[in-house]
Design a protein around this ligand. Structure first.
Ligand SMILES: Cc1cc2nc3c(=O)[nH]c(=O)nc-3n(C[C@H](O)[C@H](O)[C@H](O)COP(=O)(O)OP(=O)(O)OC[C@H]3O[C@@H](n4cnc5c(N)ncnc54)[C@H](O)[C@@H]3O)c2cc1C
Length: 396
C-alpha cells in the first residue's frame, strides 16, 4: 500500500504560481464584486493576466491541457483551491459554468463538437444547467418541467431557479421529465440556446447572503420548442460508470470535491490572515488565554488538512477510473461545513475586528454558508454516503 499525500513538484509549482496570482490580482476585486453582486465587467481580461495555465483561460492555448503526473482530476482540484485562496468571486467565470460539462458527459460526438468545444475556445462564454425548481432540487424525483415530443421538436414547459449563469449563458442544459408512451418517466437533458422563443429570464440574479458575484437566475420555459437534435444522447450503463446510467447528476458528483476545495482554501486563507494578527497581540494576552488560542489554531490547521485529504482521495479515485461517489460526497459534506466553522472561529478570536469589512472574514463567512447548500446540501451528501455504505455492506 502506498500512502502519499504529496503533490508532484510540478503541481506544487503550479499551485504556488496560481495562489500568488490570486492573492495579488483577484483578491483586490473581492469587495467590489460582493457589493455590486457581479464580477468586474472586464473579468476575461483580468483572468488573462494569470501567469500559469488556467484551464480554458490559459494565455498559451497550446498549454490549455497541461498534463501533470498527478492526473487531471487532482490538477483541477488544486487549481480550484489555489484560485479561491485569493477570493471566491472568479470561480464560476473560470469554469465557465457547468452546461458544457454536462454536454461533454452526455452528448454524442457531434453534440460535444457543437456545444462543448467552442466554450473552451472562447473564454468570455459561459453555460448553465437548469435542474433546480421551486419544489425540486435535492429531490430530483420531484422535477416537474415537462418535455413533450411534437414532430421534429421537443416542447419544454417549466420553471428553473438558482440557475448559475442562467441569464448570461450561451445555452442552458435543461433537465426535464419525458413521459414515455408506456407511462414510464425518465429525466432527460435538453440544450436550450439563448434567444430560443419561450426561454424567458424571470430574474437575472438572486440577492444572496454570499457568493454574490455568482449569478443565479430564475428562468421559465413557456412552450419552448427545441429540435430533437438538442436532446443529449444518454450514456448507457457500463463498468466504467459503476453500471449506472449517466445523467446530469454525474457531473455534479464530479464537481463535489472542487466545491470542497473552494471551501478548504478559503478556510486556510482566513486562518493565514488571523494567525499573524493574533501573534501581534500575543504580548497583551494572559498565558491561559494564549494557550486557548493556540489550541484553536492547531485544531483548525488539522481540520483543514483532513478536509484537503478527503478531497484529494476523491479526485485520486476518479483519476484512477474508480468509483468515488462516497468520497466525493464526504468531501462536499465535510469541506464547506468545516470551513464555515473555521471562518466563524477566526472572527471570534479576533473579536469585533474580525467582523469588520477591513478584513474579508465576514464576506467569506457568508460565502461558506452558500457552499454548504448548493450542489447538494450536507444533509443530502450524508444520505448518499449512508446509501453507498449500505450497498457495500449488502453487496460485498
Ligand atoms: C450559488 C448557487 C448556485 C446554484 N447553481 C445551480 C445550478 O447551476 N443549477 C441548478 O439546477 N441549481 C443550482 N442551485 C440550486 C442548488 O443546487 C439547490 O438549491 C440545492 O441543491 C438545495 O436544493 P433545494 O433548493 O431543493 O432545497 P431543499 O431540498 O428544499 O433543501 C432545504 C433543506 O432541506 C434539507 N433536505 C432536503 N431533503 C432532505 C432529506 N431527504 N433529508 C434531510 N434533509 C433534507 C436540505 O438539506 C436543506 O437543508 C444553486 C444554488 C446556489 C445557492
Amino acid at each position: 500500500m502506498t500512502v502519499s499525500f504529496e503533490l508532484s513538484p510540478e503541481l506544487e509549482t503550479y499551485r504556488h504560481g496560481l495562489r500568488d496570482w490570486s492573492v495579488a490580482v483577484l483578491r483586490p476585486y473581492a469587495r467590489a464584486a460582493d457589493a455590486s453582486h457581479a464580477a468586474p465587467a472586464d473579468w476575461p481580461q483580468i483572468l488573462s493576466t494569470c501567469p500559469v495555465p488556467l484551464g480554458r483561460h490559459s494565455r498559451d492555448k497550446t498549454a490549455t491541457v497541461t498534463v501533470f503526473p498527478d492526473g487531471e482530476p487532482l490538477r483541477g482540484m488544486v487549481q480550484t483551491e489555489a484560485v479561491n485562496y485569493g477570493d471566491t468571486w472568479a470561480q464560476s467565470h473560470i469554469s465557465g459554468g457547468i452546461g458544457h460539462v454536462v454536454v461533454k458527459l452526455l452528448g454524442s460526438p457531434a453534440q460535444v463538437e457543437r456545444w462543448h468545444d467552442p466554450i473552451l475556445a472562447d473564454t468570455a462564454k459561459v453555460t448553465a444547467l437548469g435542474l433546480s425548481e421551486p419544489q425540486a432540487g435535492s429531490d430530483t424525483g420531484a422535477i416537474s418541467t415537462r418535455a413533450i415530443r411534437d414532430g421534429d421538436c421537443w416542447v419544454l414547459n417549466g420553471t428553473k431557479v438558482f440557475c448559475s449563469h442562467g441569464a448570461s449563458a450561451e445555452f442552458v442544459v435543461v433537465i426535464a421529465v419525458v413521459d414515455g408512451g408506456d407511462g414510464v418517466r425518465s429525466t432527460e437533458a435538453f440544450v436550450v440556446e439563448r434567444g430560443t422563443p419561450g426561454l424567458e429570464i424571470v430574474r437575472k440574479n438572486e440577492t444572496k447572503l454570499g457568493l454574490r458575484a455568482w449569478e443565479t437566475s430564475q428562468i421559465a420555459l413557456v412552450d419552448c420548442a427545441v429540435p430533437v437534435s438538442h436532446r443529449l444522447a444518454s450514456v448507457a450503463p457500463s463498468p466504467s460508470n459503476d453500471g449506472r446510467r449517466l445523467n446530469a447528476l454525474t457531473a455534479l458528483n464530479d464537481n463535489r470535491p472542487n466545491v470542497s476545495a473552494m471551501a478548504t482554501s478559503v478556510a486556510e486563507a482566513a486562518l493565514d490572515i488571523t494567525q499573524p494578527l493574533l501573534h501581534e497581540q500575543r504580548r497583551a494576552f494572559r498565558p491561559d488565554r494564549w494557550t486557548l488560542v493556540e489550541r484553536d489554531l492547531d485544531a483548525m490547521r488539522a481540520a483543514i488538512a483532513r478536509s484537503r485529504r478527503v478531497g484529494y482521495r476523491a479526485q485520486w479515485l476518479r483519476g484512477a477510473g474508480r468509483s468515488n461517489r462516497s468520497e466525493a460526497s464526504m468531501a462536499k459534506a465535510f469541506g464547506p461545513h468545516t470551513a464555515e466553522r473555521i471562518v466563524r472561529r477566526c472572527m471570534q478570536l479576533l473579536g469585533p475586528d474580525g467582523t469588520c469589512t477591513d478584513l474579508l472574514l465576514e464576506k467569506w463567512y457568508r460565502d461558506m454558508k452558500i457552499l454548504d447548500i448548493f450542489e447538494g446540501t450536507s444533509q443530502i451528501q450524508r444520505r448518499i454516503i449512508t446509501r453507498e455504505l449500505a450497498k457495500a455492506w449488502f453487496q460485498p
